[in-house]
Design a binder for this molecule. Sequence first.
Ligand code: MGD
Ligand code: MGD
Ligand code: SF4
Ligand code: MO
Length: 703
Amino acid sequence: MTANQTVEATRPTNGGATRVVSGTCHHDCPDSCGWHVTVTESDTGPVAVKMRGNPDHPYSQGELCPKVNRFIDRVYSPDRILTPLRRVGPKGEARFEAITWDEALAAIAERLHDVIDTYGPEAVLPFSDAGNQSLLSVMGMDSRFFHHMGASRLVRALCGPTVGAGISMTNGTGRTLDPMQLEHSRLIVIWGSNTRLTNRHLWPTIEAARAAGARIVVIDPLRTITAEAADEFIQPLPGTDVALMLAMMHVLIRDGLVDRAWVDDHTIGFDELAAHVASWTPQRAAEICGLDVDVIERLATDYGTIRPAAIRSLIGAEHHTNGAMFYRTLAVLPALVGAWHDVGGGLSRSVGTYQDELVDEAALFRSDLLAGREPRWLNMSRLGEALTDPALDPPVQAMVVWNANPLVTVPNAELTRRGLARDDLFTVVHEQFLTDTARYADIVLPAATQIEITDVVPAWGHLWMGWNEAAIPPRGESCSNTELFRRLAGAMGYTEPALFDDDETLLEHALGAKVDLARLRADGWVRVPYPDDGRPFGSGVFPTSSGRVELVSERLRGLGQPALPDFVPPAEGPHGDPELRSRYPLQLMTPKHHSRFLNSSYSQLPKHGPAEGQPFVELSGHDAAIRGLADGDLAEVFNDRASVRVPVRIGNRVRPGVVSIPWGWWASQHPDGRSANALTNDTLTDWGGGVAYSDTLVEVRAT
Ligand SMILES: Nc1nc2c(c(=O)[nH]1)N[C@H]1C(S)=C(S)[C@@H](COP(=O)(O)OP(=O)(O)OC[C@H]3O[C@@H](n4cnc5c(=O)[nH]c(N)nc54)[C@H](O)[C@@H]3O)O[C@H]1N2
Ligand SMILES: Nc1nc2c(c(=O)[nH]1)N[C@H]1C(S)=C(S)[C@@H](COP(=O)(O)OP(=O)(O)OC[C@H]3O[C@@H](n4cnc5c(=O)[nH]c(N)nc54)[C@H](O)[C@@H]3O)O[C@H]1N2
Ligand code: SF4
Ligand SMILES: [Mo]
């Protein structure tokens, strides 16, 4: 099967020829599934009529998911933006008129030049995330364009960098175990990941391990669908897991379950760690985590005695002020029991670093176009602050948004809204749909979808880099992200040749040295290099300065962080500021929850949103009863940031003291126009630049 080859040559009833084009899903999802798009030739050009999983894809094996099974509906949705639009009403009201690309580009160039002339180029803020995580679509031409301009730079850390920064402090790299190796594990601890929802194509591997005798433990503050499928479910209070990990270390050392030979050969700082965790008794952790002592004892004993032992995690647990410490500490556990020694042992998280090794980022991003300038960095998690802070010099006067819907995805959303509503802010949004963010744009530009773009998808959840062949041309006047920046560069009058490279040249620059692109295109995917014996650290050498796993970290000490793993309670958490807790005693979680949603990307579509019901807040029976709330009552969830009105659902997913508003709905779909992120905390994580969505305290009352 080849990626762009015609595999069927039939004649449908309308007389047009049919072909099947192979591609790869672009969503910010670990699974990066392979698909087949059936295309029919019609009088008006090629039409995509069907999309199915590619049965030959080595990871997804023919299955897509409830989000993407209806991707064709998304592509041909009557709500797709197909022409440039100019705002004609107040910001947020979504009154626009269609204009031509020439008009749009002229208006954008005039305004950006004005801003740059008056305030300097740093007054321009590029804002993007991973709406399309394909190699060229996620970053490249935009970097070149904004580097050449000298615009502010964006710290993109809503998702993932905190995990990597945490694990690196222990292992010297964020590189981890290939999740497919879990098939060899006999203990799988899924720690802060909702695999069956967010990483569904990994579940068969976990079930295969279970069939071969593996025990599956899930550790999560929420009783997720993954927790329900586990052999054991452990439900700590949010943000307290580091205490649990320290107590596990205590038990492992106390009971002689440490692999001393491996520890002596491959770690530094064991004696200091042992002295430190001596006081971290299961009793102490049990009180902090809200767990029973015997649960902690059993978990530690299982972890110290069952081999191969693997820990699986993704992202959710990083969203606390101690999020990097969570992952730094988690990475210590496999070292203590020598788990890396075993095939199927160790810590499994992103395998993106294996893919990154094939990409020449310098050639793609062209930082040299900064020409010695060092524009400031603004953190995407603090977008509201960046747009409203009177002390910011220069102020952000123009913003170009693509691949992102920040009004829905960034914490402290009402502050973002106040920023976006500023009359003196010029906002350009390149989008497929009129999102909450696009409603505030001065100019909206139409974006193509993945089946209209040729690109390469480096996966972070498995080892296959996928080719994505455009199945149909861009609909209407939409264009890809790379084409957007070529057009903007032309409109600005820039002449730097690197700003006009076509996609083929870009792929050659980015991958040509290490990947046979013709082969990738023909085969549809290539497996990235990974150790043949399945063990990422089989040699026992780690890329830290000591070459060993750093149980004690001088680098962390240098950053003003604890050199040893330590529990730092989040201020807005179960053991945080007592005054705040007296006003807002409930911990709010805003997890991914809906199988038909992918972040903010599907809730507006008729076969996705309505099928998932409507936004709600889930409370335990205990918390509902003491507030006089019954199932279905409309409640107000509030804190100092905002208040959100949602119906109550009494359920067993949350324990007393914890509530949940599943995330993914747009603010404009909430009854009072404010989403879960109106309430969430925009405090940054300890290190790594991420953000503490889940350190959010609220109160709930009847309305
Ligand atoms: N409360 C709370 N907030 C969260 C999270 C949470 O769990 N709870 N999760 C966080 C996480 S992990 C993430 S990754 C972020 C996700 O945040 P985002 O990346 O902003 O969200 P997405 O919905 O994946 O994509 C955003 C937009 O990209 C657009 N898009 C798709 N393809 C293209 C393209 O090719 N070109 C252009 N121009 N646009 C395109 C889509 O139409 C969509 O509107 O949200 C974070 N926010
Ligand atoms: N259906 C669907 N699939 C998706 C997405 C989606 O929106 N919908 N989004 C995609 C994206 S962008 C990403 S990054 C991945 C994320 O994949 P995951 O990381 O698996 O998903 P999350 O829901 O962000 O978080 C996972 C779990 O972390 C838990 N958690 C939060 N705080 C803590 C803590 O303190 N301790 C512990 N032990 N657990 C904690 C949450 O309760 C949640 O159940 O999913 C991807 N897949
Ligand atoms: S969203 Fe994830 S699970 Fe669904 S098709 Fe895309 S990569 Fe696969
Ligand atoms: Mo994410």
